[in-house]
Design a protein around this ligand. Sequence first.
Ligand SMILES: [Zn+2]
Ligand SMILES: [Zn+2]
Length: 146
Amino acid sequence: MTKDYPGGCACGAVRFQCSAAPLAMYNCHCRSCQLASGGACAPLLVVPGQALRIAGHPKRHRPQRANGNHATRLFCPECGTPLLALPDNNPAVVLVHAAALDFPDGFKPVADIWTVDALPWAHMDRHIPKMFKSPPILEPEDEVTL
Ligand SMILES: [Zn+2]
Ligand SMILES: [Zn+2]
């Protein structure tokens, strides 16, 4: 996936731009991602928070069943598109919902994570690793506030 990739919600009220290559890409099967995505899992990119710029005012929600991996979710208040998630356990990164990218074709998951919550009807690529819960924390750098 190239550097500099834009994204946004379905109605255009919230846009974002990332200026760094993702640190990792995961399919997250946790219950919170199931609810946020409406599917069996959420395809997520882990990006350095410093590289992300947001235009618009996404609404925040902290799920009751928050896990450390992605505790606060950001979505468009107008159309409801899930956009980003902020992990408690690593303030240096932001998780981007892959489907919100303008060009989501480049998404290539390196692992299935939170398979403890995986649904029996989830189709997983058996050639990539499975992690029961959160993946290892990636290189925390400077804290970011969005
Ligand atoms: Zn929208
Ligand atoms: Zn998740």
